[in-house]
Design a protein around this ligand. Sequence first.
Ligand code: GLA
Length: 377
Amino acid sequence: MVNRRKFIHSSVLTATGVALLKANAIAALTENRGLKDYFKNDFSVGAAVDSDIFSRNNKEILSLIEREFNTITTENALKWEPVHPTENRWNFNVADKFIEFGLKNRMHIQGHVLVWHSQVPKNLFEDESGKQVSKGVLLKRMENHILTLVDRYKGKINSWDVVNEAITPEDGYRRSKWFEIIGPEFMERAFHLAHEADPNCHLIYNDYNMTNPKRSDFLVELIKKYKKKGVPIHGIGMQGHYNLDSPNTKAIETSIEAFASAGMRVNFTELDVDVLPYDWGRTSEVSSNIEYAESLNPYKNGLPKEINDKLTRRYEELFKLFLKHRDKIDRVTFWGTTDNKSWKNNFPMHGRTNYPLLFNREHKPKNAYFAVVGLKS
Ligand code: GLA
């Protein structure tokens, strides 16, 4: 036991260390133990699940999810556009399957997402003649959407991402249609509505690049105002779309501490680590789309050992940090299950081969997985 820990806590994972961890973790896999069991006294561990996995009933991935995770998030099925494409039409089919799966496996079910500027129906902000709707009309649409969805899954969805990506480091509030038409109060209204529909639900504000001090300072001030006014916000979702070398763990730690001292529970809601080179600014803005360049897709035939080692160390340092702050963190959710399923193969450039998760294209745990569970073995 002592030796095993030595391997993990040395900054460089030796080949023998990894081999030992692999042997232990593989034995655990055959007993059906996974990430959720290793971290059961620390935080829950989850994945965002693609609609396709439910609609095609992909048994192999579903059993991987059952073994590894105790919380699930819908990757897309509960976003406004797929679930509520026109004012009077709702598509609950995939979302219902997702809920059924989560309930059957006694998982914490995370709803994603009630109010966001992206992946909404084209005419959400317009009337029949294409003119921008009034504040009153948009508030009514938001109310109908939130009350219907939260009420439908009341007592089943344990926590909702109520508002996503409404703050920018540049200007405070993002100049979205929500902001433009309703004003900044759209956010607090959304939290009140979700709380009204399910008073026991844990309500989260979710965003990317939360290590940017301008964004996190703005958010901390907003939380303080909300607390004074009695706005029901309970947690912060740090998306966690990270790179191999940034942001550094000190910056992540500073944000965890800032949100926790503002009275928020902290959740890592969309964790992945992009290993590919980039020559654009760092972005998680989903509307960005950069033209394909062969030179920025260097690992089509496999990840070189050196980069795989970096990825392993990156995940190891992230989970060390999460463990250090386990009293503040409720949940660590990966954005996807296996590398081939990750959005990072197509964002912000379409058609690349990326390796951002803990399970490879053959659905097998990677060295990063062994290093992470090694912290608890
Ligand atoms: C953002 C959103 C997620 C998802 C990812 C990319 O982070 O919150 O719903 O769209 O982008 O897939």
